[in-house]
Design a protein around this ligand. Structure first.
Ligand code: ACO
Length: 331
């Protein structure tokens, strides 16, 4: 596809709520153990939003951190795109709520629903606006409070999720700049949507006393099926994007995969023949924060001075839809 301009990541920012729930706390809620959770998922603790915190509260903090880490001024942001499946309300979009909180007026703001792949989808969309000249600085946020749509009696799912927001500013890049979003790839397979779904609350099954009694407003997941597809699809998304850009995995400095399960990440690394030392992993501290895992992990790695300007990074994710994708960039 021809493009008029280049796009780059100007900055990242992230935010997690203060309250922390660890595996021992979960032992008191459902029939599970620290040993099972650690060995089957790699998770130890996760941050949980308070009763009063909604997605836009977390997203706002992450957005402020991203903006203040960049040279972009608030008034220079010309689009807001939020990836979420647990926004403040079914409507209006959480992006519109954030527009108001940031005091930004008369700019487009919309949400994207692609489960845990939402941040990758949002980057793919933002990139097109910047590359065709329709925007210069886009605020992209992945935010999720899945713990509010979790069935706390279902040990298969309730141990997995945490809450967080991660933001990035995607800006026009001068041709002389080292920073560049090289490529992005998004895919979906709707025929497998039923394996990871919030069954009620939409027009298919509107909210009723029965849907609440039957816990149909919470995350339903057939973990084992998702596990296998996650490895296969993220591997395909990584190898395809590298091949079409004439790059080898050895050319990449850091791979930042979706943090859903340490075993999925290790299997992906092994298939790609990449040492775990090149993969950014923070699942032990945060669990699966869905569309927030990647920007949260990238932001932490930048602040820890692991990822530096000019490093080649490969982001990849997988989630509800089913959806998957990857982003290749020089930070
Ligand atoms: N504590 C103790 N035992 C448990 C727990 C728990 N928390 N959860 C499940 N078990 C038990 C099961 O009941 C089962 O017992 P059984 O053999 O007696 O029936 C046993 O452990 C094995 O269960 P599996 O589901 O086969 O366990 P698996 O090894 O597959 O791990 C997990 C489950 C962690 C969910 C894994 O399948 C996974 O990570 N799946 C992918 C998740 C993912 O990537 N999701 C996509 C993103 S989410 C989004 O988009 C919103």
């Amino acid at each position: 596809m021809s493009k008029t301009y280049n796009a780059k990541f100007s900055s990242f920012g992230s935010f997690t709520p203060a309250k922390i729930l660890n595996n021992f706390d979960l032992e008191k809620i459902v029939d599970t153990s620290d040993e099972w959770i650690r060995t089957r998922t790699g998770m130890f603790e996760r941050h949980i939003a308070s009763e009063n915190e909604a997605a836009s509260d977390l997203a706002y903090q992450a957005a402020v951190r991203a903006i203040e880490s960049s040279s972009v001024k608030y008034k220079d942001i010309d689009h807001i795109i939020i990836a979420t499946i647990s926004g403040d309300h079914p409507f209006p979009s959480t992006a519109c709520v954030i527009q108001k909180k940031l005091g930004l007026k008369n700019i487009p703001a919309f949400d994207i629903s692609a489960g845990c792949t939402g941040f990758i989808y949002a980057i793919d969309v933002a990139r097109q606006y910047v590359e065709n000249g329709a925007a210069q600085n886009i605020l992209v946020i992945g935010v999720e409070i899945l713990t509010k749509i979790t069935n706390w009696k279902d040990r298969n799912t309730c141990v997995l999720f945490g809450d967080a927001a991660g933001a990035a500013i995607i800006s026009r890049a001068e041709s002389s700049e080292i920073s560049l979003i090289i490529d992005s790839l998004i895919e979906a397979d709707g025929s497998q949507g039923e394996y990871l779904i919030q069954k009620a609350g939409g027009s298919r099954m509107p909210a009723s006393h029965e849907t609440v009694d039957q816990n149909l407003h919470t995350v339903y997941m057939e973990g084992n099926r998702i596990f296998k597809s996650a490895i296969k699809c993220m591997y395909a998304a990584c190898t395809e994007i590298l091949a079409r850009n004439d790059l080898k995995v050895a050319d990449i400095d850091w791979i930042i995969p979706h943090q859903a399960n340490l075993r999925i990440i290790e299997a992906l690394a092994s298939k790609l023949k990449v040492p775990m030392s090149k993969i950014i992993v923070n699942i032990e501290k945060y669990g699966n924060t869905s569309s927030a895992t990647i920007p949260l992990a990238v932001d932490e790695a930048i602040r820890a001075q692991k990822i530096r300007r000019g490093d080649k990074i490969l982001l990849t994710s997988f989630g509800a839809g089913l959806t998957w994708g990857s982003v290749l960039a020089r930070y």
